[in-house]
Design a protein around this ligand. Structure first.
Ligand code: NCD
Length: 306
């Protein structure tokens, strides 16, 4: 494993498989235990540095570090000296001076975690940077697929929606390809990034044509907060063409699963009954996020198993 986890490309197939296998071992070790805690990172300090809003990812990293017995500092830009104009570098050096071993960073600027990695001695984990990457989300998604379908090699994964603004899509395309899955992107042409043709994925525009050939359908949130222009005619029109409702879900093969990284726009990219159906793995994804992040912190910080 490299020292930092900044993007999916930091993991080759062996590294990625090691993370998933370690997460599975952690799950097993904790299953049925009353005290869901391992002593592995006792005495280590993990800083969660969040410059952008987050529910799942922040809580998940906090819980992961705590379950490994690390000391955890949660830093959110709101309410800190960042509001007085302190730079990312000075903030990082301050945290470093206090002895942090790992910094988990979410930032609205693509590339911020890469910069940070030059300034601190510990490990940097990217928890989502702008529209760029979100590698631990891709790991937890891969873990969930493997858990449900028993394999990743040859699994047909269709990622649908706002690919343009999605760091989840970018990281998933890279990681799932590394792990042998076949990825197809389906989106309105306006919500596909320039250069998508060079990604290791097929690109399509017709969801109904792709669904019967999908083992996994991953719905992306329409990221209205990152849109400064009109990318589609109306929410209704978007749902009609690219939303997953119960009727469309019926076109999937029998054991196919439906994923969403959250937060969802229920009724927009995914209908409420689909989100709550037995095919949906949305709640499992959240639970798996903790195990996968424990595995990442454990492997990066090199704690010895106890
Ligand atoms: C995603 C994110 O923040 O990149 N959510 C998450 O981490 N679970 C996706 C999104 O915001 O739509």
């Amino acid at each position: 494993m490299k020292r930092h986890l900044l993007e999916a490309a930091d993991l080759d197939r062996d590294d990625a498989t090691l993370v998933l296998d370690t997460a599975a071992q952690i799950d097993q070790a904790l299953a049925g235990r009353e005290v869901k805690k391992l002593p592995t990172l006792r005495g280590r300090t993990v800083v969660n540095l969040f410059y952008e809003d987050s529910t799942r990812t922040r809580i998940s990293f906090e819980l992961a570090a705590k379950r490994l017995s690390a000391d955890v500092i949660n830093f959110s830009a709101k309410g800190s000296s960042v509001s007085k104009g302190e730079s990312l570098k000075d903030t990082a050096l301050t945290l470093e001076a206090m002895g942090s071993d790992a910094v988990v960073v979410r930032h609205h600027m693509s590339g911020a975690p890469h910069r940070l990695a030059h300034w601190v001695r510990g490990s940097v984990v990217n928890a989502g940077d702008g529209t760029h990457e979100h590698p631990t989300q891709a790991l937890l998604d891969a873990y969930t697929i493997r858990q449900r379908l028993g394999r990743l090699d040859g699994v047909r994964v269709t990622i649908v929606g706002d690919v343009l603004h999605s760091r989840v899509a970018r990281s998933n395309v890279g990681l799932l390809h590394t792990l042998g899955a076949e990825v197809t992107l389906v989106a309105p042409p306006t919500l596909l990034p320039v250069g998508v043709g060079s990604w290791p994925a097929e690109v399509g525009y017709d969801l109904d044509a792709v669904l019967p050939k999908s083992d996994v359908v991953m719905m992306l949130r329409v990221q209205a907060e990152r849109m400064n222009a009109s990318f589609f005619p109306s929410a209704r029109e978007y749902s009609r063409r690219y939303g997953l409702d119960a009727h469309r879900m019926g076109a999937l093969p029998d054991d196919a699963i439906v994923m969403h990284p959250g937060p969802m726009n229920r009724g927009m990219e995914i209908a409420a009954d689909v989100a709550d159906s037995v095919r949906s793995t949305i709640v499992e994804q959240v639970a798996n996020g903790v195990s996968v992040r424990m595995a990442v912190l454990y492997l990066l910080l090199g704690g010895s198993p106890q």
